[in-house]
Design a protein around this ligand. Structure first.
Ligand code: F6P
Length: 559
């Protein structure tokens, strides 16, 4: 089989890159003033301006040819049809089905999954409304005020990111907290704040085998038992403070979680793609079920856009092809996610798992070593804060990092203040900073224009020689800007689904299975051996651990 980097399409793109390598972004704008308009597309309340990239219509056409050479259209159909696209685990990847409320049949192993999904949503609705309305109470009859989600990876970061992103849409909500790490100081600090009479714990784990989640859950169950004794509550009521979200209901029962408190997720949904399932229970609990459905609906309309829109106006397709162009032909090694919003603070971390756990691989779907670049390093932070952290690197380092800027045209709470004009001015400051960054990255500032700054007494004449060049900005650094109408459940759902599909398309072009994650297993298995050795008072007995001086050294420090 011809690998993608040996296809004519790939060779044509290499030739195109060679032919256009010296043209700067500024020159592209000079030669085509309509560039911004031409390369801005909108869908689902999102507006993508991809004009600040090293591309022309010809580039896009060649990238479309590459996508077709990778059989992307067929693969998209296979994904939505529930084919076993996760080939190493022989499973479908049907996160799209979770937000498709149409009655169309969708079979997995001969079973129509749509009624299962609908049933799960009904359970989420009933449970979240009963908690929010004080029908389900704590063990002494108190209304539930705090919900603690115990989970990690896709069993934490998705719900956590959404809860943070939509916090201005909450009303009369219980407080949602997330525990994920085997950090006993952090855990005990959180438990110090817990009122056991008004708190429920949700153990979120698809496998119900993840060591961090299981250890935290077991510790909290013991802690809960002591709390019940301290407060004088009947121990038989303790299990009713615990819920589970899992595909391993047997294991959840073994943790003494009542069957009626177990919310099932299915094997045909990957952990990092599971926020749309019962794994999103905390979203319904904090926002209310209606807004959780709006979140799903936002993803659904992006799905429809993705499968039906012409590729020239197709946001996931365009963004995935830009990443392939930047990664495999412009040779940029990372990508920055820069949301200008405190609400989207967890978006970079969420997208790190989504993209790097999906496509951080170097063996293709046929089991052969890949000889071309795959997923870029995904990193980032919120704006404007990153401007006071790593924007220096973005502008003047020797490494070019393509950036995704994300910002809302309108804040959510403008009407919540009588200082509306002042509030709008603050939002305009954020907008101005966001747009200034992509402009500065693209245009840069050359020596002459920097010198003209010197006329404004930026530099003393004798400083000019060795200082002024420090103030030159190379520019010619690419970026995308996504403007959201507003950050709402719907537009957030569309944004997340956009990146899911972008990740999928990149994986198909790189001939990667984006839905398994064997790379996370090895460290976990070594950790078990080392944990056992840590608990041994004697020196390392297992030869494989003899090289593990860290364990031996730390033993000397353990108090
Ligand atoms: O990081 C590996 C991983 O399996 C992720 O894919 C998953 O989201 C996370 O661990 C948690 O897994 P589980 O939900 O089974 O506890």
């Amino acid at each position: 089989m011809v690998t993608i980097d040996k296809t004519i399409s790939w060779k044509n793109l290499e030739k195109h890159q060679h032919e256009t390598a010296t043209v700067t972004l500024a020159e592209m704008f000079e030669s085509d003033p309509s560039r911004s308009t031409k390369y801005t597309i909108s869908a689902c309340g999102l507006h993508l301006d991809f004009s600040k990239n090293f591309l022309y219509d010809k580039t896009l056409n060649l990238l479309f040819e590459l996508a077709k050479a990778a059989h992307l259209p067929d693969q998209i159909s296979a994904l939505f049809a529930g084919k076993r696209v996760n080939i190493s685990e022989n499973k479908p990847a049907l996160h799209t089905a979770l937000r498709d409320s149409t009655k169309s049949e969708l079979l997995v192993d001969g079973v129509d999954i749509k009624p299962l999904i609908e049933g799960s949503l009904t359970r989420i609705e009933i449970f979240s409304e009963k908690i929010r309305k004080g029908v389900i109470l704590g063990p002494t009859g108190k209304k539930i005020k705090t919900i603690i989600n115990i989970g990690i990876g896709g069993s934490e970061i998705g719900p956590k990111m959404v809860n943070c992103a939509l916090r201005s849409h909450k009303n009369n909500s219980p407080n949602i907290k997330f525990l994920s790490n085997v950090d006993i100081d952090s855990l005990l600090g959180e438990l110090d704040l817990v009122d056991i009479e008004s708190t429920v714990f949700i153990v979120s784990s698809k496998s119900f085998e993840t060591i961090e989640t299981m250890e935290i859950a077991k510790f909290i169950q013991k802690w809960g038992k002591n709390e019940f004794s301290r407060v004088g509550i009947d121990q038989n009521k303790l299990p009713h403070c615990f819920y589970a979200i899992t595909s391993n209901t047997k294991r959840a029962s073994q943790l003494n979680i009542p069957t009626k408190n177990i919310f099932e997720i299915w094997d045909w949904v990957g952990g990092r793609y599971s926020v749309w399932s019962s794994m999103g229970l905390s979203i319904a609990l904090s926002l209310g079920y209606k807004k959780f459905r709006d979140f799903l609906e936002g993803a659904y309309v992006m799905d429809k856009h993705f499968i039906s829109e012409d590729w020239r106006k197709n946001i996931p397709i365009i963004m995935s092809l830009i990443t392939v162009w930047n990664r495999n032909f412009k040779k940029f090694s990372s990508q920055a996610i820069l949301p200008y919003s405190d609400m989207l603070s967890f978006l970079p971390a969420y997208l790190q798992q989504l993209t790097m756990e999906s496509n951080g691989k170097s063996v293709n779907r046929a089991g052969h070593q890949i000889n071309y670049e795959t997923a870029p390093i995904m990193w980032g932070d919120r704006g404007t804060n990153f401007q006071h952290a790593f924007s220096q690197h973005l502008h003047q380092s020797s490494t070019i990092t393509p950036c995704d800027f994300i910002i809302a045209a309108n804040p959510n709470k403008l009407n919540d203040t009588e200082l509306e004009d002042d509030a709008r001015k603050i939002h305009n400051t954020m907008l101005a900073n966001c747009f200034a960054q992509s402009k500065a990255l693209m245009e840069g500032r050359n020596l002459n224009s920097t010198k003209s700054q010197s006329d404004k007494k930026m530099f003393a004449p004798n400083q000019l020689k060795h200082i002024i060049t420090q103030h030159v900005f190379p520019g010619n650094r690419p970026s995308n800007t996504i403007i959201m109408d507003k950050i709402t459940p719907r537009t957030l759902g569309s944004l997340i689904a956009l990146y899911e599909h972008k990740t999928f398309c990149e994986g198909i072009i790189w001939n990667i299975n984006s839905f398994d994650q064997w790379g996370v297993e090895f460290g976990k298995s070594l950790a078990k051996d080392i944990a056992n050795n840590l608990s041994k008072s004697s020196s390392a007995t297992d030869p494989s651990l003899l090289t593990d001086s860290l364990t031996e050294n730390v033993k000397k420090l353990i108090e």
